[in-house]
Design a protein around this ligand. Structure first.
Ligand code: MRU
Length: 320
């Protein structure tokens, strides 16, 4: 059965509650923009393109009210797809048709990235990925995991980093791979360098939450470390993201707002605490990988090798 992270029902939005995966498949029903904003904030739905799609349907539920826009815009700060979708909805005449178009276009973009990206993946490649960038994080198919899906007939296998602290890799990517019959090996994030040093990784591919005009990429915390390691070991490092993730207004990665999430995600998990009371905690949810560490960015229109402001500019200005 295909994974359905969002189900639009005409008068309500049903969201697969990703907090309970892989143990339970439960849907949360949203009847207002405030419900959708809460679901985004609380990680019921996550992943940059899926957040954008959910926000668009949230606007439909609010009838385009300014309160609805304000609530949705405050839900999470880093993924630009949210703000891109809200801007698009502000310009729309038929809100429901526009939200459906945003959803369908994301699905089509993912399939296109899959096709373009699969050509970069060698036969039998062992592909390391981070966080969850699959059907759950998008309107369907996925970005980085979509490329892996599209390369399935090349007998690829996945090395999924667990993605501390929220475990999107262990809970969601591993689940999607198992469902789809893609061979997948789960590792903790700290094992990545060791596997690379032993020649056990052929390519790294990740998604993005916001790409600055110069090609710097904000993505799930830990992505930057993987890019540094990949460069050290001469392993290609690709980013797959639709044009809705590009932010032409941001010159470079230093200007991207990085969400800081609650301390209890680091001090424990699902009610179990392992750190002492009183310890200081940092929990930045994303980091920035400089463009110079990126072998190529795969979007729905093209693969941009050695990304730079000059190479990305024509795509950004025509694409959005
Ligand atoms: O905090 P999350 O789970 O929303 O973070 C998701 C990621 O960082 C993904 O890699 C990114 O959104 C790309 S998803 C296609």
């Amino acid at each position: 059965m295909a994974v359905e992270p969002l189900r639009w029902r005409g008068d309500r939005l049903e969201l697969l509650d990703q907090r309970f995966l892989p143990d339970k498949t439960l849907y949360v029903t949203c009847r207002s923009a405030a419900d959708v904003a809460t679901a985004i904030r609380d990680m019921v739905v996550r992943g940059a393109p899926a957040i954008g799609c959910a926000a668009a349907f949230g606007v439909v539920l609010s009838g385009g009210s300014s309160e609805g826009y304000a609530a949705l815009a405050k839900s999470r700060p880093t993924a630009v797809n949210l703000f891109w979708a809200l801007e698009r909805m502000k310009r729309a005449k038929d809100l429901e048709a526009e939200a459906k178009a945003i959803f369908e276009e994301d699905l089509a973009a993912n399939r296109s990235m899959g096709k373009l990206g699969a050509e970069l993946i060698p036969d039998r490649a062992r592909v390391m990925t981070h966080c969850n960038t699959g059907a759950l994080a998008t309107a369907g198919h996925g970005t980085a995991l979509g490329v892996i899906r599209s390369a399935k007939e090349k007998s690829v296998s996945v090395i999924a980093c667990e993605t501390r602290p929220y475990l999107q890799g262990a809970r969601l990517t591993a689940w999607e791979c198992v469902q789809e019959g893609i061979p997948c090996t789960l590792i903790t994030d700290s094992m990545a360098g060791h596997l690379m040093s032993r020649g056990e990784v052929d390519v790294v591919i990740v998604g993005a939450d916001r790409i600055a005009a110069n090609g710097d990429v904000a993505n799930k915390i830990g992505t930057y470390s993987l890019a540094v390691l990949a460069r050290r070991h001469g392993i290609p490092f690709y980013v797959a993201a639709p044009l809705s993730t590009f932010d032409a207004a941001i010159a470079d990665g230093s200007q991207i707002v990085i969400e800081e999430r609650p301390a209890d995600e680091v001090t424990g998990y699902r009610g179990t605490r392992w750190a002492p009371q009183g310890v200081g905690v940092r929990n930045p949810a994303f980091d920035v990988t400089p463009a110079e560490l990126i072998t190529g960015i795969i979007c729905e229109k093209a693969v941009v090798l050695a990304p730079s402001r000059e190479k990305l500019q024509p795509l950004i200005s025509t694409g959005v």
